[in-house]
Design a protein around this ligand. Sequence first.
Ligand code: F3S
Length: 643
Amino acid sequence: MGKNIILKIFEKKLLSGSLQPGNEISLKVNQTLTQDSTGTMVYLQLEAMGIKDIQTDLSVAYVDHNTLQTGFENADDHAFIKSVAAKYGIIYSKPGNGICHQLHLERFAKPGDVLIGSDSHTPTCGGLGMLSIGAGGLDVAVAMAKGYYFLKVPKILNIELKGKLKPWVSAKDVILYILKELTVKGGVGYMIEYSGEGLRELSVTDRATIANMGAELGATTSIFPSDEITRDFLIRQGREKDFIHLTADDDAEYDKKIVVNLEDIFPMAAMPHSPDHVAKVKDIQGIKVDQVAIGSCTNASYTDLMKVAKILKGRKVHEDVSLVISPGSSSILKMLSDHGALGALIDAGARILEAACGPCIGMGQAPKSSAVSLRTFNRNFQGRCGTENAHVYLISPETAAVSAITGYLTDPSSFGDVPLVEIPEKYHVSDHYFVYPKEDRTNTEIIMGPNIKPFPVNQPLGPVLRGKMLLKTGDHVTTDDIMPSHASLLPYRSNIPELSKHCFGTLVKDFHAIARKYNGGFVVGGENYGQGSSREHAALVPLYLGVKAVIAKSFARIHKANLINSGIIPLTFIDKEDYAYFDALDELEIRDIIGALDAGSEISLFNKTKGIAVRLQFEGSRRDADILKAGGYLNYAKQSNIS
Ligand code: F3S
């Protein structure tokens, strides 16, 4: 049987487990990346592991999210990350250098290797044939400290690209078309592998755009072959030595296969408020536009921005439109300047922003109320742009540039000749924004400003689990309910004690005080407990407040994994009717929890206040049980080695 690319990488990097679908395996991790918003927590976790050196070939700490320094907090975070990087031998990328995924693609990604990153768009480097997976902060800390990453063997979806793109249609339209076909749930449980003659149409940065938004399909990652186009990109980046040829065998097998004919694709737009709410631009054009934002890890490559500059050259941004452009990297900004494109953009009336995430993460450029904002980004959930009632459309750089001129959402195909952009002979490569680790790292000191507090390390599980029921929630409690994420709390991502004052703040006023008074205890929840964003803080903050176990009718998958990683035991009611027998401040007890906790085991909980025993189930693996017994993934990883 022929092998697909993902299987080839799995076989090469496998440390433990067998490659049957659904089995848990561990892979050797070659590289990690962090961005600053998640990175502070990752490095607090790394620090808590007490290691001397990282075990990856290369790790990079990027600062690209919270680069607006309106108070001391963000700058303190940057200083902390820089000092940890210096101590452990991690490359530090200064603010202004660019967006983590764009920079990683340019400078470090290697075909055939494994990258784990604490950002959901880490799969961007799949555009270069690297197996690149977005993971929780703890996973990334452990990947650095131990060099491994655990995952379940996924199903593999092959998307075969056929034919040629029409003029004015580009990579962003391809992934929006696929999102329309498959929806935001279409990739769940899959890794996606691209193949087909249509690949010849796509440069590495085009492929990266498509791999980037595989995250919106819900896929674990997306990957492209490493072929002559990949080699060419690496040569122009000055690192041909990193090239390996990596393609699927002709008779490779997949769990699912779909064919996309590139000729069927038109300029597309994802309408408010979901990336899969997609229409052809020609069917919805004419909407009056207030803001156009070009950039982000999806569409801020050199060729993307050169196309925009060529469209804008000699023209003028419409008087009612604010056009903002954030380049993907400082090198791209330099090349735009060298090739006269920066002048064309400024002449047309564009606002040039720092090379950073910027408006994509809501760092400035919130549009006016009820605005229509066209963005080349990857997400358009309500309120993400900073204006709750704004209408955000996701579009290609071509559609963005043309619409910025006309002042209306406009199909670019009606705009005349397609701008032709040559890939430069040599990309600009600069190390000036990178700080490389020193040879001698013996006297490095961790700098922790007043806003940075140590990571709450848990104790190994004791023989009896006992405590008050601190809170009973209804169904569908979100991670936002557990740990609110509004903008005023963003600077405190590295300050769990401060965040803990807001825990369950949308449900009760004083959870913090109750938890403190009773020295922690239990939480009881309804169906789908912990749905929504994968935010790790929704587990770490309750852990800090002493929550020992959450008993629910059912759990959202990622939150359950985060609870286990932090050391909080997730248990489900065997009989959901038993949920009714619990009231606030009931005294609960699980005897011999150590003996009882095992893969899928049944556990008896005694409600001492009501005098009844309730049957619960632990819906986890043997390894999950061992992590909980150790008091969380950090403690577990400290004790275990895979080689
Ligand atoms: Fe940054 Fe937005 Fe990408 S926040 S990493 S540019 S999704």
